[in-house]
Design a protein around this ligand. Sequence first.
Ligand code: NVA
Length: 300
Amino acid sequence: MGYKDLLTLKDLSAKEILDLVSLAGKIKKNPMKYSNKLKGKTLLMIFAKPSLRTHLSFDVGMNELGGHAIFYDLKDSTLGKKESVKDFSKVIDGYADIIMARLYGQEDLESIAKYSEVPVINGLTDDYHPCQILGDLLTMKEKFNNLKKIKVCYVGDSNNNVTHSLIIACAKLGMNLVISGPKKKKFMPNNEIVSGFKFKFEPDVKKAVKNADVIYTDTWMSYQVSKSEKKERERILKKYQVNSAIMNISKKAKFMHCLPAHRGDEVTDEVIDSKRSIVYEQAENRQWSEMAVLLKLMKK
Ligand code: NVA
């Protein structure tokens, strides 16, 4: 195996990504087979931002593998105040067998990984959300079987963690991905982050979603975005709202969202509550794919 940590999908080959998706599918079919694999092991979950899915899916996943998870809120932490990242990471190393962290800066996650002997998993940073996309690949595989035959269209604020990880995964796997959002640097994928990874960009959302098998969106207000930007973002991104009119341009398309959704902003109730929405399947698949990541990184 070529990777110690899962910090971004950039570090994995296409085969390594597909292996994780396939293992996640196997665990989902027969969880009992894996129920003792991480017996006696401890996962430390570090959070600097709020979480529902990442917190619960890792906690439940670790338990279902026979291990134990500890929730550690950075609000109550010595990190950056009383202790250096180096001391913090080396101390954790002595207690935990594996670490998952949800942070703001990718560089902070990379520092923890640098000083830790144990594997470190990215549970979301401002730049990447690899665990989300691994779960999403499982969801798409379940729905469409052949990932290379589908067209995925991501609509909305495209300068965020979910879009970046989606671009990296789709480029590595040779999938057809179209990104649609305002043609402004602020809302477009960050070039430094996705440089070298091919994707199509179509600012006209009606053209972008034509023949799409998946229409995917995410919040316009990611955790790190200041509340003061809300009004301006709503005004600029409004025409990228995924509503029935957009979904009807490609009648076969399923609707995806990493959640939390801001109903009435990036997606309407009608779409997220429709039969075409697979958002809760995505949420469930986070657990199975994260269990696969835990097993791979722990070499089980
Ligand atoms: N782009 C979103 C994803 C939330 C899971 C955010 O960073 O807030």
